[in-house]
Design a protein around this ligand. Sequence first.
Ligand SMILES: Nc1ncnc2c1ncn2[C@@H]1O[C@H](COP(=O)(O)OP(=O)(O)OP(=O)(O)O)[C@@H](O)[C@H]1O
Ligand SMILES: [Mg+2]
Length: 255
Amino acid sequence: MDAPLFEIDDLHVTVTDEATGAPIEILKGVDLTVRPGEIHALMGPNGSGKSTLANALLGSPEYQVTSGRIRFKGDDVTEWDPDVRAKAGMFLAFQYPQEVPGVPVRSFLQQALAARRGIEDLSALETRLAIMEWMKRLDMDPSFADRYLNEGFSGGEKKRNEILQMAVLEPELAILDETDSGLDIDALRVVARGVHEVRAHRPEIGVILITHYQRILDYLEPDVVHVLVAGRVVERGGPELARQVEEEGYDAWQP
Ligand SMILES: Nc1ncnc2c1ncn2[C@@H]1O[C@H](COP(=O)(O)OP(=O)(O)OP(=O)(O)O)[C@@H](O)[C@H]1O
Ligand SMILES: [Mg+2]
């Protein structure tokens, strides 16, 4: 068996309650292992901690890891800054992407790519070509690159933009937090096709797909499905588990 690409070991994460300043534990001991080339689906009811996990994995300062470890390619990255994780090849597509007024998609991607690859070995022309090439593969209109990041983007355009970011940055681990409730079937296909394209290019990429619905999994067959309830993984299985969740909901695991 391949060595793990990514390992989460007994992760506990708290956030600070704004009203009282007291810590609230959201994740209560999460384990998860991704091997090279695997697709993992993370499902769970609203508020179960899926986005908290994604944010903690990328090192968002609002989320405090109180115990447990995160390992990426053998390194313990638990204390690494978000930009160091990104440079090492971890990528997160946010559930609610921020608008960045006045910054065109192209400039944002150029900066992100320079940060990922090291600016010295990357010419402006190379970056431009990489972006154009991927936009073509993802069927995106070239004018999209000149729009301001996420400003007035529709839900589907935001997703497409994130898939473009993922493709251009060529991460080794991608965590995609889906608002697939807001996505039409075409947008779901864009996400799925984007992941397939990136995998064709980089077969060893590991993907963690956070999703509420089994339908995206019709396009992206997961190796493992994890069910997160109240901050704990309560069940693991193959694609059939996603179908069971879709039919029966989470009642069986409610605490
Ligand atoms: N920054 C924060 N401050 C306070 N509470 C937070 C914060 N982030 C998350 N929480 C709380 O942690 C719990 C888990 O939230 P999280 O966003 O991780 O859920 P989720 O599983 O992604 O839900 P959804 O399916 O609705 O996206 C919720 O009760 C939420 O209110
Ligand atoms: Mg969420």
